[in-house]
Structure formats: C-alpha cells, structure tokens
Design a protein around this ligand. Structure first.
Ligand code: NAD
Length: 300
C-alpha cells in the first residue's frame, strides 16, 4: 500500500494525469454495467462492450433503474437522466473504441479470457490510451505479460455495488508508468470515488484485510457461534454497515470462495487452512448468496 497516496497524494497524482473525456468498459455485467453507469453519470461518455446482447440489455436496464431512483429523490432531472443514458453506448463489437482514452476491462474472472480481451483491445487503441483491469484476484503483472504496452496498464478495482462503494484500488504493475496511475486516479476521482494506489500482490489491499476477517468469522462459527448474532453485534453494536454473513451474501459465496483460494495460494503460511470452513461448505451446496436467492440468509 502506497501510504502517501492514501494520505492525500491522490489529488496530486490526479492533477498530474489527464482526466479522460471518453472511456470504454469491456463487459456489461454486475461490475461493467455499474462502472459504465457511474462514468456516464459523472460526465464521461462510455462505450459498453459485451459479447452478449442480454448482458448489454441488463446493463442498460440497471442504469435506467438507478437513474429512476435518483429522479424520484429529486437528485437528477428527467433531462439529465436522458442525457446520461444517451452517453452510454452499448455495443457487441468494438465500434468507436479507438476514441476511448481509457478502457476498463470487467469481463469474467478468467485469466485466459482476460488476456485475450486485453490484447485484442490494445491492438485497436491509440498508443497513449490506458487499459485497466477490474480483476479481483489475477495479478496485474500476469495480465500485463499479454500486452505490448504494459506501461499503459494497471488494475482499477471497484467494489460492488459500484454506485455506492467509494473505494477504488488502483494497482500498480511493475511496468506501469506514473502517467497511467495519474490518469486512472484522475478518472476515479472524476467518478466521485476515493482511489488508493497499491502494489501488486494476491488480494491487493482490500482482500488482504477482508479475508482474514472472514477467516475469523468462520472460526467463530466452528466454535458454535450463530451467524445472525455475529451480524447483529457487528451492525448494531460495532456500527459497521453490515456483518460478515450478510456481506458474504452480497459479495457472492462463489466469488468469495474463489478469492479465498487465491489468497491461500498466495499466502500459504498465513491463509491456507486444514479444514473446510463455512465458505467451502456453502459453495459446495451452491448457496451463492443474493445472486441465487440463498446464502446465509434466504432472499426469495
Ligand atoms: P459478470 O458475470 O456479472 O459479468 C461479466 C460479463 O463479461 C458478462 O456480461 C459476460 O457476457 C461478459 N464477457 C465475457 N466474455 C467477454 C468478452 N470476451 N468480451 C466482452 N464481454 C465479455 O461478472 P462481474 O461480477 O461483473 O465481474 C466482472 C469482473 O469484475 C471480474 O473480473 C470480477 O472478478 C471483478 N469484480 C467483481 C466484483 C463482484 O462483486 N461481482 C467485485 C469487484 C471486481
């Protein structure tokens, strides 16, 4: 973690990097759709590219729903709503992508797919365009190896739901230039987010904090604690927005299970465990949380 950035150098970096005026997002899923919405809301027009028509439609529907809520609360006008929606350009091909000064990749968490998508996009971009990946777990240096211009590449890790979560981790790869970090910090700031610049390692910053917390939670369950009680104490008494069980349901148990394995491989002495924990058991039972209606809690 680059502490200087956390303590306020982010603004200086943002001033050093140009704010992009045109952006693109690859993937229109939960994260890509959210990133495209937030970019358009804050005045940076965005191309939203997916391989699935259904995902594009869902991405646009989600953006409309969020804007409708803002409209009901009187936070945006009908005109602003129409204008924001018109600046998200859904596409199944790469039409217009050469105008993007920054492209955020948010396709499925698969190293092979990401490497292929990143390198085919890079070939269509001007030499100075910036590419960033929203990967949760894949090392930035590994993804950079697929690129001809790794200096223009870094991680840009948003959190779910994008429109509500303030933090964005910006992950500096070994070859990432200061110009790239500056522009991505500037873009995140323009999107109304709080960027922190961190070094490349398994779990980056947030998951290195979060997964030991989940491990502690799982150990309490092994000791016989009730997850509802733990959530209640963390929320009502400790004052956190939600407890660990509910948070796992929001993140998705499948996503958490994958990230937990990555952390265990990256830090075997600290994170590997010799027992099946709650996340393993729920994953085996396909209780994925809010996304399929059943996790620690029931959502149907
Ligand atoms: P998702 O499954 O909702 O969306 C992925 C989208 O990528 C789908 O719409 C799919 O059609 C599309 N896609 C697949 N191959 C593609 C290709 N070749 N070109 C363009 N689009 C393609 O997944 P998600 O939850 O939005 O996650 C996306 C990325 O964000 C992953 O890397 C994930 O690890 C990361 N992430 C997820 C979360 C989360 O809480 N869900 C949080 C932070 C980061």
């Amino acid at each position: 973690l680059n502490e200087q950035t956390v303590k306020g150098k982010a603004k200086k970096l943002a001033q050093a990097g140009a704010v992009p005026t045109h952006a693109a997002v690859l993937g229109a899923g939960i994260m890509g759709g959210g990133i495209a919405y937030q970019s358009a809301l804050k005045g940076v027009p965005v191309i939203m590219k997916d391989i699935s028509e259904k995902s594009l439609t869902l991405g646009m529907t989600e953006a409309s729903k969020l804007l409708n809520k803002q409209l009901e609360r009187g936070k945006v006008s009908g005109m602003k709503m129409a204008q924001v929606l018109s600046t998200i350009q859904p596409t199944l091909d790469y039409a217009g992508i050469n105008r993007a000064q920054i492209v955020v990749e948010a396709v499925v968490e698969n190293p092979g797919v990401k490497a292929a998508v990143l390198s085919e996009t890079e070939a269509l971009l001007p030499d100075d365009a910036i590419l960033a990946s929203n990967t949760s777990t894949i090392p930035i240096n590994q993804l950079a190896a697929a690129l001809k211009r790794p200096e223009n590449f870094c991680g840009m890790h948003f959190f779910n739901p994008v429109h509500r979560m303030p933090l964005v981790e910006i992950i500096r790869g070994e070859k990432t230039s200061d110009r790239t970090i500056g522009s991505v910090v500037a873009y995140a700031t323009r999107m109304g987010k709080t960027p922190v610049v961190v070094n490349d390692c398994p779990g980056f910053f947030v998951n290195r904090v979060l997964f030991p917390y989940f491990a502690g939670f799982s150990l309490l369950l092994r000791d016989g604690a009730d997850f509802r009680q733990i959530d209640k104490v963390m929320e009502k008494r400790f004052g956190w927005p939600m407890g660990p069980a509910y948070l796992l349901d929001v993140v998705g148990i499948d996503t958490a299970h994958h990230a937990q394995n990555v952390m265990a491989q990256g830090f075997p002495q600290r994170m590997a465990k010799a027992y099946r924990d709650a996340i393993d058991v729920m994953f085996e039972q396909q209780r994925f949380g809010q996304k399929n209606g059943l996790g620690f809690y029931r959502y149907q």
